[in-house]
Every structure is written in structure tokens, then in C-alpha cells.
Ligand binder design. Sequence first.
Ligand SMILES: Cc1cc2nc3c(=O)[nH]c(=O)nc-3n(C[C@H](O)[C@H](O)[C@H](O)COP(=O)(O)OP(=O)(O)OC[C@H]3O[C@@H](n4cnc5c(N)ncnc54)[C@H](O)[C@@H]3O)c2cc1C
Length: 510
Amino acid sequence: REYGGLLANRSFGGAQVSRTFYARGQTGQQLLLGAYGALNRQIAAGTVTLFNRRDVLDTVLVEGKARGIIARNLVTGEIERHGAHAVVMASGGYGNVFYLSTNAMGSNVTPVWSAYRKGAMMANPSFTQIHPTCIPVHGDFQSKLTLMSESLRNDGRIWVPAYKKDVERLRKGEIKPSEIAESDRDYYLERRYPAFGNLVPRDVASRAAKERCDAGYGVGRTGVAVYLDFADSIKRKGRDTIEALYGNLFDMYRQIVAEDPYETPMMIYPAVHYTMGGLWVDYELMTTVSGLYAIGECNFSDHGANRLGASALMQGLADGYFILPSTISRYLADEIHTPRIDTSSSEFTLAAEAVGDRLKKLLNTKGTQSVENFHRRLGKIMWEYCGMSRSEEGLAKALELLAALKEEYRTDMRVPGGLDEFNPELEKAWRVADFIELGELMVRDALQRRESCGGHFREEYQTPEGEALRNDDEFAFVALWESLMGSDQPAMHKEPLEFLDIKLSQRSYK
Ligand SMILES: Cc1cc2nc3c(=O)[nH]c(=O)nc-3n(C[C@H](O)[C@H](O)[C@H](O)COP(=O)(O)OP(=O)(O)OC[C@H]3O[C@@H](n4cnc5c(N)ncnc54)[C@H](O)[C@@H]3O)c2cc1C
């Protein structure tokens, strides 16, 4: 809070005014604690039953309506059936399709994918947000990336050396960044976007960092990093002020990188952070399957091809606290005469058997390569060809590579352990199988969108200054993908975007 007791706010990427509420780099955590508190209150009141340590593996439809799920008990391996009058998916984003991301290690696409296979359509699956402010990849054996809060761009200045001779000397450890004169630094965001400077939106900042590193100006041991420098702010505002604002983030950085950001600039590089695509929902948050709702990051709504900072939690809270309670009540009102869902019905039995069969098939593959190895390779393909920049040629190549990877996974993957026990490798095996299929859909989606917009940057469609070039005449639509039974090729439908009260326009950050 501010000194006077009002909620503190500051600027975020893509905004030139301070209008984003925050809690010192812990906003998400604080909101989560609030949501946990509200949930626990309902559990204590007996209105909610919590099933911990379960993996949702399938969605069950009865007469075209979502009537429950099939879950695996992660401790005993038991396959469970849960029936309900309606189903709400809230399983989060699928950024881990890239293997390395800022997402939690357990984040996955499986519940969403099960709904997709049962007829719920996926919207704009290739729209991914790459966050510019993450700790760079440091080696092949890394399985996670760490986000440094976007708030740091309020006071940190992003730069790389302006001359290659300094890049070389930095990489060899012959000089420190602080020894490079101001005139020999390239504050490339301030140079390219004088109006927004270091606070351009995430997609713009990420691409600009990639451009500098691809051109050979990247810093750090790998050459795939840029500096985020607080020296000016510390001089201007004093160390105490900076510490009060970002002290916890600086500590985190110091613990991970073993460098002191009060003394030397942070090194950062973009990383996969959020997926704007997901299950298509209407304004009531219902998917294309009756009675199946999707809320939070797992749906596609609200953000389009780009998401501005802080709006994910805004959406999650709006969906869960305000919208769904009203809209699902409307649906349930018509179900008042539907008796308790019978989980011994043929639909549940078939679904449970199919889950059991698929788990056995994964275990019986008995190949030679670990699931982790496949996941890492999948991530490399996605990052290289469907990441920060995409091209017709690269995407076509990715489709071939993914088809080959899928076949190899089917025949040469190995899951240790058994079925009826705690087996995290088996959990991963199911998830990675779904991720590979999702990867194919993302690539198809990116391939058909022959324009650049937000986080979707097609190399063929850019302005002479290297900015995203939209094609509103042909691509002002949401791409909806439908899984077709018995076919590898999904069908694409278009939902036109109609702007009635505001004119579709292009923002300039210059
Ligand atoms: C490091 C980081 C920092 C962020 N900071 C901000 C921020 O400051 N402001 C902001 O607006 N947004 C932020 N975001 C984005 C925001 O936190 C997420 O978009 C948001 O938390 C998504 O909420 P959710 O409830 O939809 O999904 P999640 O929070 O991902 O929750 C999904 C839940 O579903 C569970 N689940 C998944 N699969 C299964 C399965 N098969 N079976 C059973 N359970 C399953 C998961 O374990 C998880 O508990 C941040 C994201 C990250 C990763």
C-alpha cells in the first residue's frame, strides 16, 4: 500500500501510466492465498469436497453433455469416476509444451486435450506469450526457467554493448559491464521506441532482445542474454528505495545467478510464460460442449494475440469469482430435474476402460528413451520453429519433425515402474503424449495465420523496421480447431471478430 493507505500501483509493459496494482513481486502469490482461503472456507463448511493428488485424464460426455471426469489417484494408481451435472476445467496454461518455461513443472494440457478430443474446440492455440524478463537458459540439463517480475522494467534499463569488440571482451571476462562507457552502450528499446522505452509490451521487448542476440550482441557466457541495469535508478533514487521496491526479487536473482544486481546488471532473456490460446468459450464461459466450462488460463478468452501484464490474474479472478457463479447457475437451473449422475453408466465405463488401456500402452512401450528426453526434444522443436518468430518454411519443417517424434515416442519411449502405484514417470508420459499432439495443432495454427499479430510473429510479414505486420482484411478472426474422429487432420472454423463500438487500429510504441 501507499503511505496514505491506498493500494499501490505502478506502470507495466504496454502502459504509460501507473495503473497496475501490485504486491512487491508477489501479487500472484497473495491472490492465490486469498483464493485458497476462500476455498478452504467452503471445504470447512462442507460445500466443497477436495480431492488432492489426482490427475484428471478424461472428460465424460453423456448424450452430448459433459457429465464428469475420469481421474487417476496419483498415490494408489486407482482409476476413479466422478460424475457431475456440469464440469468446469480450470487446469491452467500449456506453456510447458516448450519444455522450458516459467510455468510450474506440473502445468500441462491433459484436461484441455481430453475435452478437445471429445469435441470442445481449441481457439488460437499458437498464441503464446514470451516474457522478456527471465533468467536466461544456462545449460542443457535445466528443466525450468525463472521469471523476474515485469515490474523491474519500471526502473531497470535494458542494454547490450554497441560494439562487438566489447561483446568479445565481456564474454572472455576481460571487462565488467560497468566498465563499458555510456556512449558504447545500446539501450535498444529506448532507441527504437522512444515513447515507451523499456516499458514496451512483452512481445515487442522479447523480439527486440532476440534481434540483438541474433545479431551477435548478446552478453553472458552463452551470448543469449541482455542486461537489465539498475545503476541509474540506484544513483537517482537511492539504494534503499530500490531495495524497498524490488529487494525480494534482487535476493532471488542473487541466489540463482550468484551475482549482486545492486553492483552489476542483471542478465535476462525472454522465456515462454503464458498461453493466450486454449479452449474456446462463449461469454458464459461454456466450451462448444454443453455443460463443459473452462475458466482462467486454460480458455482462450480476453487476451487475443497478446496479453498485457497483470491481466491473467484479473481474468482468473473475474472468471471464477464473478462470471461463472452467475452463468453456471443458469445452466444448472435447467438441470434441476436431472438425477445424480450415475457413474456406472456405459459412457463412464467406456471412458474409464479407455484411460486404463492408454496407461497400459504407455507402460508397455518398453523402448529405450526416457519421457524427459522426448519432452526436451519437443520443446526444442517448438521453441525453434513456433517460438518467438515463425516462418512458413520452419513451420512446415516442424510438422515433419513432430510427426517423426510422435512415431518415435510411440515405439521407443520407456516408463519405469508400475501402474498401481505412485509413478510420476507414468504421469509425465501421458502429458508428453498430449503435448506432442498439441504441438502439431499449434504449428498448424501458426502456419495458417499468414500475418503477424501480438506474440505471433511471422518473419514473412513484417514492416521494413521489423515490426509485426497485421492483415486485418483476411485474418480478423478467431481460429477454432475441431478434432475429427479417426482423422489426423483437424478442421478449422473461423469466428469473425466484429468491432462495433471501437475501430480496429494499430498501436505505435515509437
Ligand atoms: C511465474 C509466474 C508469474 C506470474 N505473474 C503474474 C502476475 O504478476 N500477474 C498476472 O496477472 N499473471 C501472472 N502470471 C500468470 C498467472 O499466474 C496465470 O495465468 C494464472 O495463475 C492461471 O491461473 P489458473 O487458475 O487458470 O491456472 P493455474 O494457476 O495454472 O492452476 C491450474 C491448476 O490445475 C492443476 N492441474 C493441471 N492439470 C491437471 C490435471 N491433469 N489434473 C488435476 N489438476 C490439474 C494444476 O496443478 C494447477 O493447480 C504469472 C505466471 C507465472 C508462471
